[in-house]
Design a protein around this ligand. Structure first.
Ligand SMILES: C[S@@+](CC[C@H](N)C(=O)[O-])C[C@H]1O[C@@H](n2cnc3c(N)ncnc32)[C@H](O)[C@@H]1O
Length: 261
């Protein structure tokens, strides 16, 4: 088994475990999102933050006509959100897990869901008017190769909109589901890397505060409330706080990115 295959297997195992974790689903108010979301000052819940994230990304696609591909669609909550704007037959979702796709099909009936890796997409050239990818691109080996294939599969004038996370070198190296091949040290290098792929316009917005920082404050507050309500033990509280804060020194930027062909 090569390195890429190992990573894919680990990614599927990790997200499938989270997919069936009922307490996590409760944190997401019963929805099937799995991302940090975008917290406005008055955002009350993680689910609302995830819906805001969809609004943020979709604001980069003013003309929501034609077809759209949801890359790494998770359990289809992001895909279901797309149905507010698109008819189901215009939407395709891909993921690498049969388990998650099974849930996605329930969340977004009528959508075409395929078990396909973003690193090996087999769509013809100029297949989609637009694409979206929420909080997954850093898993793809590599981000740049993925975006090159996106450029081929988008129709002229089409956009890919996505959220991305940049980590320190150590963070990329330590995590089995990430790779130092995707390490980028700062935002200027990030913009240049994307521009050199060949998109006509690239916009990169630093939303670190609205996304993961506020998410962390929200999540840690939630865990404390769970503890105070007697729903989790002190050990469980400690473990959740440990897992949450463990990431803090490694995370550098959370980004909202729009690239137009
Ligand atoms: C953090 S979750 C985000 C899920 C969804 N986009 C959301 O925001 O709710 C990351 C997702 O990326 C998927 N994924 C990771 N690597 C992938 C790949 N190479 N191709 C397709 N999907 C992938 C995982 O299975 C998981 O569902």
């Amino acid at each position: 088994m090569n390195d890429t295959a190992v990573k894919i297997e680990q990614v599927v195992e990790h997200y499938d475990r989270l997919a069936d974790w009922s307490e996590l689903k409760e944190y997401y108010s019963g929805s099937d999102y799995l991302n940090f979301g975008y917290f406005e000052e008055d955002t009350k819940s993680q689910k609302e933050a995830c819906e805001n994230m969809m609004d943020q990304l979709l604001s980069c696609i003013p003309d929501k006509s034609g077809t759209i591909l949801d890359v790494a669609c998770g359990k289809g909550a992001t895909t279901a959100y797309l149905l507010r704007y698109y008819p189901p037959e215009a939407v395709t979702g891909i993921n690498i897990s049969d388990r998650q796709l099974e849930i996605a099909r329930q969340n977004a009936p009528g959508v075409k869901f395929l078990n396909m890796s973003a690193m090996d997409m087999s769509f013809p050239e100029e297949s989609f008017d637009n694409m979206i990818c929420v909080e997954a691109i850093f898993h793809f080996v590599t981000r740049t190769e993925f975006l090159k294939s996106v450029l081929r599969m988008l129709k002229p004038g089409g956009s890919i909109v996505f959220s991305d996370m940049l980590m320190t070198w150590d963070g990329e190296e330590r995590r089995p589901r990430r790779t130092t091949e995707n390490f980028i040290p700062d935002l200027d290098s990030y913009r240049s890397a994307l521009e050199s792929i060949g998109f006509s316009t690239v916009t990169v917005e630093d939303i670190t505060e609205q996304s993961w920082r506020r998410h962390y404050r929200h999540a840690t507050g939630y865990f404390h409330e769970q503890f105070l309500a007697g729903k989790i033990t002190r050990d469980e509280l400690s473990q959740r706080l440990h897992e949450t804060y463990e990431r803090v020194p490694d995370l550098k930027y959370y980004l909202k990115v729009c690239c137009q062909k």
